[in-house]
Each structure stands twice: as structure tokens, then as C-alpha cells.
Ligand binder design. Structure first.
Ligand code: HEM
Length: 462
């Protein structure tokens, strides 16, 4: 059907009206991609922040030959994307293609639709409240062992220590003891993956892509380790085991009786190794850094721990009584969210706030900027755990605080992580006062946000 010039003008006007303001269209050329990649790579928060300052809470980036990109920081739009209109979005997003390759076709982080629903149902019971007490005991035991290794006045890289600690906890709680002896190998593979996944600022040919090749080697060693772990458990039998690994091995389709394939089991295990330790470990490292920079808040935490625990280590039952410790962690995750950006793709045309997004549009939620917005967090750079006192927290607008995401794809390990972070922080801060060695570490935003170059601190006995 022919359309008239007027109709074409009206349609074009409608289309453009439905687009937020934004920078001029990016050209598809290699040089332009490299320039954009480098600007973004060296200071993503500054780069994106200056665009929000120029264009407002939502901006649009057109790219020749590719779907446009909508970038959000406003709580209402965020709530629409992640909760109210979640069904209209997929997790696929060009930025995470490499991550999907590593995590495979069954891992929860990167799958969608019926596959995701089926697998989330299988995995969910491993995170039920009645499993948490057992997990809590392991969390405390491992942390006490760590605390006993520290020596007065001897510098500890707190970031590295938290990484090993949380990895040991995931290995023991979710996969049984089998993985405990392989912690070093898993840690090294994970470090390489971080570097190789989002570390590339610019597209490059395979022969030059050293990070990509190291990533493939890391994946291969992780796969071999997982295959050994699964074979050992199968050989030993699952009698009396209720952990995640056993659930995956025993899961059976109610209609067909089909079991998960080895590949699917592998995808879950890699996903949980990756998602289950780095995030919590970064949250803890940043919490210790912020406490070191804010002695008055650290003194409040110590007084609270003295009151709740006296001179004993916590038990899992103390979690509910360690409210202020959890607030410290929540405030640390506001200022330094381990996952600082979320990405989606519109599966169909969808309305978000004032905008109509065509199918195929890419969407990015910059929760870092939401968490640093003075409209919701007055004096936003100040470390103030009272922001998360129960009443203050309840008064926050929905969509303004989302370290674990929101909606159906919310972190499955949220409760696990809050309990782990709280019990570990309480166990360590009760015994040790950590003083910073150097100035504030630089931000190192990759798959997760870590302190660049680690976090050296010196422990003093309390
Ligand atoms: C402080 C610690 C943690 C933070 C900040 C965190 C953050 C997040 C966020 C933001 C998402 C949603 C991503 C999105 O919407 O695109 C997510 C998903 C996920 N997280 Fe966590 N996480 C943490 C700890 C954990 C732990 C301890 C586990 C497992 C033991 C875990 C496993 C997962 C999994 C499997 C998903 C995908 C869920 C799905 O889509 O069904 N996370 N996490």
C-alpha cells in the first residue's frame, strides 16, 4: 500500500517523539567503534554520567545498522523494565554475548523463556529458607578459620581474602566438599574469565585476541574440573546429600522422566561458581574499605556487635539480630554495587515511561547512577548506613535500590548473599579492626565492580 507524504511525515514525527534525547548516531565504522570503546572502557561511570547530566534520566543512542539503545537511571522506568513489563524483555544483549558463551544454554543468568523457568524451578529449593541454617554454619566456620590466619600488623589483601573465602563457601554449601581442594584452580580460571569477558575495549581479530584465547583455556580447565567433580559424586552416590549438585543430578522431568544432560549440569555449576562468589566478595571488600574510611561508622558497628554478640562468634540464628551489620552491607552495595549495570533486549514493542521501544531495542539500566542520585540519597557520596534503617528503607521509591536486580530475574542468591555478607562481616569485624594502608582504591568495573589492584589493609586486634 502506498502511503502519502503527509502520512510519512506523521509517522516519522511519532517515531522521533517517542525517542528520548541522546548523542548523535554512532557510525558503524571500526574507528568510531574503537573511539567509543576506549572512552567507555577508561571511565564508564564518568562517560555515562555526563550523558545523563546532558540529556536527563533517559537517553537514546542510535547506531547505524543496529538496534537503538535506551539508557535508563530513573526508578520508575527501571521498575517498568524489570518488573511491570518484564515479560516484554529478554536477557540477550550484545554486551553479554561472550558471557553467554561461557555460561552456556542452561545457566540461569543468561537463559530466557521456558528454559529459564524450568531450570529456575529445579534450582530454587537449594535456596529455600530451611537450607539457610546449614549454609550459615559453613559461612561462619570458614570465616573463623580465615580470621585466625590473620596476624596483628601484617597487611592482608582484603579483596583477595574475601574472594577465596566466598569461593570456599559456595564450593562447600552448593557442591559439597568435593570442590574444596580445587579452590585455587577455580579462582585462577575466574580471574581470567573476568579479564577476558568485558575486558576488551575494542573489537579485534582472533589472532590478536589474547584475552579471548586465555578465556578459552580458562573455560576448558573449569570444564575439566567440573567433569571430575560430577564423576566423583556419581561414583560416591548421592545418599543423604541435599545440596545443589545433587539436586541437579537427581532432577527429573515430571512428564517424561528426562534427566539434565551433563552439559546442562556443567552450565549451572559454572554459573553458580561465577555468580555465587565474586559479587559477595566485592560487597564485603568495599564494606571494609568504607568502614576504614569512616571510623565513626566503624565504631557504631563495633558497639552493635559488642551488644549483640559480646565475645562470641555469631550463629546462623544471630542473622536476624544483626540488623545494623546488614545495613552497613546494604549501604556499601549502594555506593559500590558489585553489579552496577543491567542489560535487556525488547522482545516486542513495549512502552516504558513516555517512550515506545520498538522490538529489538537494547536497554541498559545504570543502577550505579540511580544509587548515586541525590534525589533519593541526599549527600549521595556519604557512607551512611542509617539510610537502610527499616523505616528509611521502606520510604525509598520502588526501583531506586537494586543491587540484586528486581522482578522475576532477581538474584536467586539474594538471601544467601545477605546472610553470608552479614555473618562474615560480623565475624571479622568483631575480632579485627582493619585500617587502610593506602588511599582509596580505584574502581575496576568489569563483570563485577572490584577495587583495582586489591585492597591492602592492616588488621589490629579489638
Ligand atoms: C552481594 C552479592 C550478590 C549480588 C550483588 C548479586 C547481584 C545479582 C543481580 C543484580 C542479578 C540480576 C541480573 C539481571 O537482572 O540481569 C543476579 C542474578 C543472579 N544471581 Fe546474584 N548476586 C549476588 C550473590 C549471588 C549468590 C551468592 C548467588 C548464588 C549462590 C547468585 C546467583 C545468581 C544467579 C544464578 C542469578 C540469575 C538468576 C535468574 O536470572 O534467574 N548471586 N545477581
Amino acid at each position: 500500500m502506498q502511503i502519502t507524504e503527509t502520512e510519512r511525515t506523521v509517522r516519522e514525527a511519532e517515531r522521533t517523539r517517542s525517542r528520548p534525547p541522546g548523542p548523535p548516531a554512532r557510525k558503524a565504522g571500526a574507528l568510531e567503534r574503537i573511539r567509543y570503546g576506549l572512552n567507555f572502557y577508561f571511565d564508564p561511570f564518568g562517560f555515562v554520567g555526563s550523558r545523563f547530566a546532558e540529556y536527563g534520566d533517559t537517553y537514546y543512542v542510535a547506531a547505524e545498522g543496529q538496534p537503538g539503545l535506551y539508557v535508563f537511571r530513573g526508578p520508575e522506568e527501571i521498575y517498568d523494565v524489570l518488573v511491570a513489563r518484564a515479560k516484554s524483555f529478554r536477557k540477550t544483549h550484545s554486551a553479554f554475548r561472550d558471557l553467554g558463551e561461557v555460561l552456556g544454554e542452561a545457566g540461569l543468568l543468561t537463559t530466557d523463556g521456558e528454559t529459564w523457568r524450568t531450570h529456575r524451578r529445579i534450582v530454587q529449593p537449594a535456596f529455600s529458607p530451611k537450607r539457610m541454617d546449614d549454609y550459615g554454619r559453613v559461612m561462619i566456620e570458614e570465616t573463623v578459620n580465615e580470621a585466625e590466619r590473620w596476624r596483628v600488623g601484617e597487611t592482608v589483601d582484603v579483596a583477595a581474602a574475601m574472594m577465596e573465602l566466598t569461593l570456599r563457601v559456595v564450593a562447600r554449601t552448593l557442591f559439597g566438599h568435593d570442590a574444596a581442594g580445587d579452590v585455587d584452580a577455580v579462582r585462577d580460571a575466574m580471574r581470567t574469565l573476568q579479564e577476558g569477558l568485558v575486558g576488551r575495549a575494542v573489537p579485534m581479530p582472533r589472532w590478536l585476541d589474547f584475552a579471548g584465547r586465555r578465556r578459552e583455556a580458562a573455560v576448558a580447565s573449569l570444564d575439566a574440573l567440573i567433569a571430575r567433580m560430577v564423576a566423583a559424586r556419581r561414583a560416591a552416590g548421592g545418599e543423604g546429600r541435599t545440596d545443589l549438585l545433587q539436586r541437579l543430578l537427581d532432577a527429573e522431568d515430571a512428564d517424561t522422566g528426562a534427566r539434565l544432560s551433563d552439559r546442562e549440569i556443567r552450565d549451572h555449576l559454572v554459573t553458580f561458581f561465577l555468580a555465587g562468589h565474586e559479587t559477595t566478595s566485592n560487597a564485603l571488600a568495599w564494606a571494609f574499605h568504607l568502614l576504614g574510611e569512616n571510623p565513626a561508622q566503624r565504631a557504631r558497628l563495633e558497639a552493635h556487635l559488642d551488644e549483640v554478640l559480646g565475645d562470641r562468634d555469631p550463629t546462623p540464628a544471630d542473622f536476624a539480630r544483626l540488623g545494623f551489620t546488614t545495613q552497613v552491607l546494604e549501604e556499601a552495595m549502594r555506593l559500590r554495587p558489585p553489579v552496577y549495570v543491567l542489560a535487556r533486549q525488547a522482545a516486542e514493542e513495549v512502552r516504558i515511561g513516555r517512550w515506545t521501544l520498538p522490538a529489538g531495542s537494547e536497554v541498559v539500566v545504570w543502577l550505579w547512577h540511580t544509587h548515586h542520585d541525590a534525589r533519593f540519597y541526599p549527600d549521595p557520596e556519604r557512607f551512611e548506613p542509617d539510610r537502610f534503617a527499616p523505616e528509611a528503607k521502606a520510604a525509598l521509591p520502588r526501583g531506586a535500590y537494586l543491587p540484586f536486580g528486581l522482578g522475576p530475574r532477581i538474584c536467586i542468591g539474594k538471601h544467601f548473599a545477605l546472610m553470608e555478607g552479614t555473618l562474615m562481616l560480623a565475624t571479622l569485624a568483631r575480632r579485627w579492626r582493619l585500617e587502610p594502608v593506602a588511599g582509596p582504591p580505584k574502581l575496576f568495573p568489569r563483570v563485577t565492580l572490584s577495587p583495582k589492584g586489591g585492597l591492602p589493609m592492616v588488621p589490629f586486634a579489638r
